[in-house]
Design a protein. Sequence first.
Length: 96
Amino acid sequence: MLLLGDYLYAQGLVRLSAAGSVEAVADMGELISLCAQLRAEDSVDDGPAWAASVALLGQGVLGETEDGEGLLARAREAAGDEAVERSLAAHARRVG
């Protein structure tokens, strides 16, 4: 399963870089790093990081704000409350 996850992550980065978005590739690296850190600390609350990344991909948000509330606020500002709530619910179903 680990190798499948690595493969899918690498393919996502290939597609982002092919679209010409170096910033988006950097954001995905930040997201994976932050999620790994949260998991290592036994925190399962990485939904805000995912929501912010989806709403603001390519804008360097995770490098600027790492706390959950700050990330959610940035995501809500960019995408709206309803979209963020749907994103968090989908994340919880898949990961939770």
